[in-house]
Design a protein around this ligand. Structure first.
Ligand SMILES: Nc1ncnc2c1ncn2[C@@H]1O[C@H](COP(=O)(O)OP(=O)(O)O)[C@@H](O)[C@H]1O
Ligand SMILES: [Mg+2]
Length: 254
């Protein structure tokens, strides 16, 4: 019979969404991955806490605002309001009821542009401390990359200056892929190909499944929905397929 992990040996796995550029999909990916993971890891008994937690250290509170709009009985994960407080993530990781923690992080644009290349770009200050704490506990960082060229350099910066120096394992996730307009030429989707080549040239591992761009994703926070609750349609199925496959890749990398 499987026994519950004891508090001394137990350690929940932490997946953090990290990318310097805002608007690349960190919050969208954090909430929907937590939803899929929560659906796959329901509480053992009714009334037990969810084994999947989501936390946002973003002072904008996107993850909390969104999660709060989803009716409680439909939300397959617990979310934790950290407001950037130190100590919340280590507590979650030690909590014997928690198996997975998905962390949404803010962009960290307020870095000193004149700092030397070998300086730590997180700097000091409360936001930096919260970020530091998350990175210390991160088992896998996901770095969203979109067809918007302006996300490319920040992704590289995030990987080279923040993740690699700390030895944090990472995967690039291609998000907002416009599959409908990315017409196949000689069996290749040019836009997707370009993004994958960008990763290959730099030796960055990337998730095979790109997350497609669908309007419903942008409406979901307002409607209080996560990808597992989208009203049935072809789009909803494809949107879910993207996240199910990505969730599987994430699990394989933990
Ligand atoms: N795959 C997608 N398809 C459509 N819209 C998306 C997708 N991913 C993100 N968005 C939208 O793009 C905007 C930025 O995404 P968000 O997750 O808030 O980024 P970040 O947290 O990195 O700032 C939001 O309005 C979000 O709904
Ligand atoms: Mg966000």
């Amino acid at each position: 019979m499987p026994s519950r992990p004891s508090p001394d040996t137990h350690r929940a796995k932490v997946v953090a969404l990290v990318q310097r550029k805002g608007g690349s999909g960190k919050s969208t990916l954090a909430v929907n991955l937590a939803a899929v993971s929560g659906q796959n890891n329901p509480p053992e008994n009714e009334g037990d806490p969810c084994p999947v937690a989501a936390a946002g250290i973003d002072s904008q509170g996107s993850l909390e605002d969104w999660s709060a709009r989803v009716p409680g009985d439909r939300l397959p994960f617990d979310y934790v309001v950290t407001k950037g407080r130190i100590g919340e993530i280590p507590d979650l990781v030690q909590d014997p009821a928690v198996k997975r923690v998905f962390v949404d992080t803010p962009g960290f644009m307020e870095t000193d542009p004149n700092a030397p290349m070998d300086a730590d770009p997180l700097g000091t200050g409360p936001a930096a401390k919260a970020m530091e704490e998350v990175l210390e506990h991160t088992d896998l960082a996901l770095v969203p990359l979109t067809p918007d060229w302006l996300t490319h350099r920040p992704a590289e910066f995030t990987i080279e200056r923040v993740l690699k120096p700390r030895g944090v394992k990472f995967l690039v996730v291609i998000n907002m892929w416009d599959s409908g307009n990315d017409r196949e030429k000689d069996g290749v989707r040019p836009e997707l190909h370009k993004l994958r080549e960008w990763c290959r040239e730099r030796g960055y591992p990337f998730a095979a499944q790109a997350i497609r761009r669908y309007k419903i994703h942008a409406k979901a926070p307002e409607y209080g929905l996560t990808v597992i609750q989208y009203p049935e349609s072809g789009t909803a199925l494809r949107a879910r397929e993207d996240f199910y496959k990505l969730a599987l890749t994430v699990e394989q990398n933990l």
